[in-house]
Design a binder for this molecule. Structure first.
Ligand code: PGA
Length: 258
């Protein structure tokens, strides 16, 4: 049976209290509903310590929930005010890091080269990367979706090709059309499938045959209503969920929708 990866990107939302409640709710419901899919929680970094403790306390028999960060510094350590290193994350049992999210690309103006440095550093530090790609609405209207995604993949993964070839579990790709994030507009099933097939082909050019093992998630307004249809599509191995992951009931429905 296929195990799907469902990642909760909480972005810059919540408080210690609300996110603790959300985490406890997810742990409890995941146990009760006997969810067989893998869940990844991506809290704001300041709460990683707290969520890590909750997961340790409550998930003794439930190894299905792992922890990740929404961002890392592109540098190992040193004089980089405000940044968080991969080693710091590993102190709190983080297994994953989100890199290349469209909000980092478009609001914080991260370029493909900086993103490539982060991917290499994360995998060097034994974290797994959830690598986000996706086109803006202007790029989509100009029919540039595939060109943009190919470029994001080629440059973003360029420094880590050998590391990923050695261990394909270190990379998960998330296709997130920028125009679908937080807008309530999801991509059409046919478009999701086409782009996922394209990502798979591009990965095989960059990484060779083993790239078939790399999971490709869809993200962008995934909710409890559309999740089952999206997750059933060929080449979709899971979802990256923003808004709907802030609600225990909705998130658990998404996780148990397939
Ligand atoms: P959304 O966010 O589910 O709120 O659209 C997804 C994401 O940004 O990862």
């Amino acid at each position: 049976m296929k195990t799907y990866l469902i990642a909760a990107n909480w972005k810059q939302n919540g408080t210690k209290k609300s996110l603790s409640r959300l985490t406890k709710g997810i742990i409890k419901s995941a146990k009760n509903k006997k969810i067989t899919n893998s869940i990844i929680l991506l809290p704001p970094s300041i709460y990683i310590d707290n969520i890590s403790t909750l997961l340790k306390q409550k998930t003794l028999q439930n190894k299905k929930i792992s922890l990740g960060a929404q961002n890392i510094s592109p540098y190992i350590d040193g004089a980089f005010t405000g940044e968080i290193s991969t080693n710091m994350l590993k102190d709190y049992n983080c297994k994953y890091v989100l890199i290349g999210h469209s909000e980092r690309r478009h609001i914080f103006l991260e370029k493909n080269k900086e993103i490539a440095a982060k991917v290499k550093l994360a995998i060097d530090s034994k974290l797994s990367v959830i690598f986000c790609v996706g086109e803006t609405i202007a790029e989509r209207n100009k029919k540039e979706t595939k060109r943009i995604i190919a470029q994001q993949l080629k440059i973003g993964l360029s420094s880590a090709v050998n590391l990923i070839k050695k261990n394909t579990a270190k990379l998960v790709v998330a296709y997130e059309p920028v125009w679908a994030i937080g807008t309530g507009r999801t991509a059409k099933p046919k478009d999701i499938q086409d782009v996922h097939i394209f990502i798979q082909k591009t990965l095989s050019i960059i990484l060779g045959n083993k790239s078939k093992l790399i999971k490709i998630l869809y993200g962008g307004s995934v909710n409890e209503v559309n999740a089952s249809l999206i997750l059933k599509l060929d080449n979709v191995d899971g979802a990256l969920v923003g808004g709907a992951s802030l609600n225990t009931k909705k998130f658990i429905e998404i996780c148990s929708s397939i």
